[in-house]
Write a protein that binds this ligand. Sequence first.
Ligand SMILES: Nc1ncnc2c1ncn2[C@@H]1O[C@H](COP(=O)(O)OP(=O)(O)OP(=O)(O)O)[C@@H](O)[C@H]1O
Ligand SMILES: [Mg+2]
Length: 271
Amino acid sequence: MTTSTTSGTATGAGTGVSTVVRLRGVTKEYAGGVRALDGVDLTIREGELLGIVGPSGSGKSTLLHIVGTLDRPSTGTVEIAGHDVAALTDRKLSALRARRIGFVFQAFHLVPGVGALENVAEGLLYSGLPRARRRRMAADALARVGLADRMRHRPHELSGGQKQRVAIARAVVGEPALLLADEPTGALDSASGEAVMTLLRELNAEGATIAVITHDTEIAGRLPRQVRIRDGRVVEDTVTGGATAGGSGGATDGLSYRASGGVSEGGRGAA
Ligand SMILES: Nc1ncnc2c1ncn2[C@@H]1O[C@H](COP(=O)(O)OP(=O)(O)OP(=O)(O)O)[C@@H](O)[C@H]1O
Ligand SMILES: [Mg+2]
């Protein structure tokens, strides 16, 4: 086993595990001179479930937007499923995003005034599939997140946790290779947050590759991999050995292990 401390060695070659995301030397400077990302190397392999943690303003959302191809880096390279994002036209990039990436935003971003089914079907708008097919797939996705009995409920008729599950259903309805979630539990009480995390773990067990931004250190501590960000840099990349889909033991190559004991596991019940 190698003992290098970067995650840059994950070629996937010969391991049978393919690389979904590869960032190399990524920086992002916003107008006004804020350097939100400062030389980020990050590799995410198929079947991983990882948490991105760090203080407010450290660059987590910026990182997620760049991984999700919603934004381009100032310098550095971004590869999604082997495609160099810089080499793609905006149109090709949109297609790649629509087909391969699902987003869950903290504030749900549901369309008000239309039912859960339409909200989820919206996730397939650019799929080219006929409407009836989109609606059938949306119904399946809602059933998958436990909302088969809420298809017609509009966002204001749903609880916060249910809205978040609709948002997750919308993100996964097209079976994206990569699911990106920005504080999916941030607006929820601990029981609803727990249910959302359980759902994400189930989706991961079914094969989805998932990156979750969270402020909640307890939630992060229970994810198989944690990437810690500070001042736009990855300062720690830890695999705690939790189960990832596909039994990809190779996912630990080149990553550091959490050295400290004292990770409180399941110590706190949902209040
Ligand atoms: N559009 C923008 N223009 C200029 N500066 C920005 C923009 N978006 C973010 N920033 C700055 O970039 C830095 C990183 O922001 P980012 O939103 O990625 O942080 P974050 O880690 O997601 O924080 P939080 O936990 O509060 O959501 C911050 O200092 C922020 O002020
Ligand atoms: Mg953020």
